[in-house]
Design a protein around this ligand. Structure first.
Ligand code: AKG
Ligand code: FE2
Length: 336
């Protein structure tokens, strides 16, 4: 079965003003209607090179409690490596279809790895204006190179190098967040399964869209992950929901955007928020983003950390094996 890619729909609709009906969102979701245009509070930005470690830690903890999202600068991932990561990803998506299809997610696969386009229509039967590529990058025992592009040839080397950096930065942030809960530095890392936790790379490819006022890239969601570390290209599009409004995230070159996902919300028994976010698309330019999701292993059971539970602080969430949590969330089955 041939799957229709949004990239091809985009190419064939370039000279029209129209997009297929299934991409047109209801008025409750259309970005032109629902984006807040008044003055907005900026997403917190944390400079990790600040020698005042306590103030860095306070800023990370406060942002995670109040927003569930923040940007980090001077984070230790070389800007040049981020540029190479973006270059190899862009090169892959600009290859002819047949080359991309060679790493496509098999139609009958249960796992998400591979080049793909969301087939399942969402609430109200609407489609998302985005194609993607998923592949695990860490630990080495989970890596399946058959889903990594062979072209460009540097793709593998760059992604392997990026994996080491993203792991280091994630562990630093988890350490700060653990201490922010009054726990040992290792608590959240262990809560996500320690060395068995998996780093899933995703590339989102949002081609130009003739009607960015009506369509959405990724619709509103919170991430399934523990945390997500994302680098976007220079085309704006990430929107965050806060205080009842949708507003645009500022693009800061070389910054890494950190999302608190569902698993840290649950481990922290609600202290840290999982940010609700979505993406818009651009009329003329291709937006791309590279989130890495730090996720528990499928069998890992995640629930509020026992140290945080007492008579005064009863558990707010039920423990679930990550595979069951994911299944229930994706199929919109009850959770708590
Ligand atoms: O493209 C972005 O900035 C966000 C993408 C996203 O939220 C996701 O893939 O989960
Ligand atoms: Fe997301």
């Amino acid at each position: 079965m041939e799957i229709e890619r949004v990239q091809d729909i985009s190419s064939s609709s370039l000279h029209t003003e129209a997009i297929p009906l299934e991409f047109i969102r209801s008025e409750k979701e259309q970005p032109a209607i629902t984006t807040f245009r008044g003055p907005v509070p900026a997403i917190p930005v944390v400079d990790l090179s600040d020698p005042d470690e306590e103030s860095v830690a306070r800023a990370v903890v406060k942002a995670s409690e109040e927003w569930g999202i923040f940007q980090v600068v001077n984070h230790g991932i070389p800007t040049e490596l981020i540029k190479r990561l973006q270059e190899v990803g862009r090169t892959f998506f600009e290859l002819p279809s047949a080359e991309k299809e060679s790493v496509a997610k098999p139609v009958d696969a249960k796992d998400i790895e591979g080049y793909g386009t969301k087939l399942q229509k969402e609430v109200e039967g609407k489609k998302a204006w985005v194609d993607h590529l998923f592949h695990r990058i860490w630990p080495p025992s989970c890596v399946n190179y058959s889903f990594w592009p062979k072209n460009p040839p540097e793709y593998r080397e760059v992604n392997e190098e990026y994996a080491l950096h993203v792991k280091k930065l994630s562990e630093t942030l988890l350490g700060i967040l653990s201490e922010g809960l009054g726990l040992r530095r290792e608590a959240l890392r262990e809560g996500l399964g320690g060395d068995l936790a998996e780093y899933m790379m995703k590339i989102n490819y949002y081609p130009p869209c003739p009607r960015p006022d009506l369509a959405l890239g990724v619709p509103a969601h919170t991430d399934l992950s523990g945390i997500t570390l994302l680098v976007p290209n220079e085309v704006p599009g990430l929107q965050v929901f806060k205080d009842d409004h949708w507003f645009d995230a500022e693009y800061i070159p070389s910054a890494v955007i950190v999302h608190i996902g569902d698993q840290i919300l649950r481990l922290s028994n609600g202290r840290y928020k999982n940010v609700l976010h979505r993406t818009t698309v651009d009329k003329d330019r291709t937006r791309m983003s590279w989130p890495v999701f730090l996720e528990p292993h499928r069998e890992m059971i995640v629930g509020p950390l026992p140290e945080l539970i007492s008579d005064d602080y009863p558990p707010k969430y039920k423990p679930f094996a990550f595979k069951d949590y994911s299944y229930r969330k994706l199929n919109k089955l009850p959770l708590d």
